[in-house]
Design a protein around this ligand. Structure first.
Ligand SMILES: [Zn+2]
Length: 271
C-alpha cells in the first residue's frame, strides 16, 4: 500500500498530541511535514500509536523519535497468530526494505477496549480488528464519531487481507459503531463511513455467493473457481486471488455451506 503514501494523524487539539502511524522508514517528507505542523500549532507529540506492524506504518518510528520527539511512549497491539496461516496471503512488503525489529523498540501493548486520553481530554478507544494484519487496531473516538481505520478500510479501494474470517469479524465490529467519519491509513477521508463498511461487507459476501454458484454445478478446484470469478483480472494475479478464494472457502466450510471433498495437494469443494 505504498502507491499513495501512508496517512499519519496527529490527534487532539491541546499542547500534546497523539501521533497515529509514522510512514515508511526514513520517509523524509513525514518528518518534514510533522515538524512544520508541530511548529505552526506550537505543540508536541506525547505518544505514538501504530495501527499495525506493516513497514509503511511502523517504519518511521525511529526517524521521528530521533528527529522530533525523543523516546516518547510507543503503543501498539501484540501480534496474535491466526488459527490458520495462508502462505503468501496479505500485503506484499517491498524487497530490500528494512523492517524495524519490534524488540529494538519498547512497546506498550494495547488491548481491545483500552481507552487513551489526549491532553485536551478527548477519548480514544482501541478496537482490535485483525484481518489485514494480525495486530491491526482501529481507533474510535465515540464522542466525535470519528474512526481511524488503519488499513482495514481504505479511502479509494478495497484492501488486501491475510485472514478472511478475522477480517469479516472486524468489519462487523466496525459496522456496529454506526455512521461515522472514517480517516483511513491510505486515501482520502470517507464521509459516509457506515455506507463504505457495508459496501466492503457486501463486496465480500458477493464473492461468497459467486463461489457457491460455481459449486452448484458440482465439485470444483480452487483454480477453476478463480478462472471464472477473476476472468477480468490478469492471470499473473490469479495466485493471489486463489488465496482469497481458499480463505473464503474455509469460512464457507465452517458455516457448513461447503464441504471439502479431497484435501490432497488440490482441494476439491462442493455444496
Ligand atoms: Zn498494511
Amino acid at each position: 500500500m505504498t502507491g499513495e503514501g501512508t496517512n499519519c494523524y496527529l490527534i487532539g487539539s491541546g499542547q500534546r498530541r497523539v501521533l497515529l502511524d509514522t510512514g515508511s522508514p526514513n520517509e523524509e517528507s513525514v518528518v518534514k511535514s510533522l515538524t512544520q505542523v508541530l511548529e505552526a500549532e506550537k505543540c508536541e507529540i506525547d505518544k505514538i500509536i501504530i495501527s499495525h506492524w506493516h513497514f509503511d506504518h511502523i517504519g518511521g518510528v525511529e526517524a521521528i523519535q530521533r528527529e522530533i520527539c525523543g523516546d516518547i511512549p510507543l503503543f501498539k497491539h501484540k501480534r496474535v497468530p491466526y488459527p490458520k496461516v495462508y502462505k503468501g496471503a496479505g500485503e506484499k512488503m517491498p524487497s530490500g526494505v528494512k523492517i524495524p525489529k519490534f524488540e529494538e523498540q519498547f512497546w506498550n501493548f494495547l488491548t481491545d477496549g483500552d481507552v487513551l486520553e489526549t491532553s485536551c481530554g478527548r477519548k480514544i478507544q482501541v478496537l482490535f480488528t485483525p484481518g489485514h494484519a494480525d495486530d491491526h487496531i482501529c481507533l474510535w473516538m465515540k464522542d466525535e464519531r470519528v474512526l481511524f481505520s488503519g488499513d482495514n478500510i481504505l479511502g479509494n479501494s478495497t484492501t488486501v487481507i491475510d485472514n478472511y474470517n478475522s477480517y469479516m469479524n472486524s468489519l462487523e465490529k466496525i459496522r456496529a459503531l454506526g455512521d461515522c467519519l472514517i480517516l483511513p491509513g491510505h486515501g482520502g477521508v470517507i464521509e459516509n463511513g457506515l455506507e463504505r463498511v457495508e459496501f466492503y461487507i457486501n463486496h465480500r459476501r458477493m464473492r461468497e455467493n459467486q463461489i457457491i454458484e460455481q459449486l452448484e454445478n458440482g465439485e470444483k478446484r480452487i483454480r477453476d473457481i478463480v478462472k471464472v470469478l477473476y476472468a477480468d483480472v490478469p492471470e499473473v494475479l490469479h495466485p493471489a486471488a486463489s488465496i482469497n478464494v481458499a480463505m473464503t472457502l474455509d469460512l464457507l466450510v465452517e458455516k457448513e455451506a461447503v464441504s471439502i471433498v479431497d484435501a490432497d495437494s488440490e482441494i476439491f469443494c462442493k455444496l
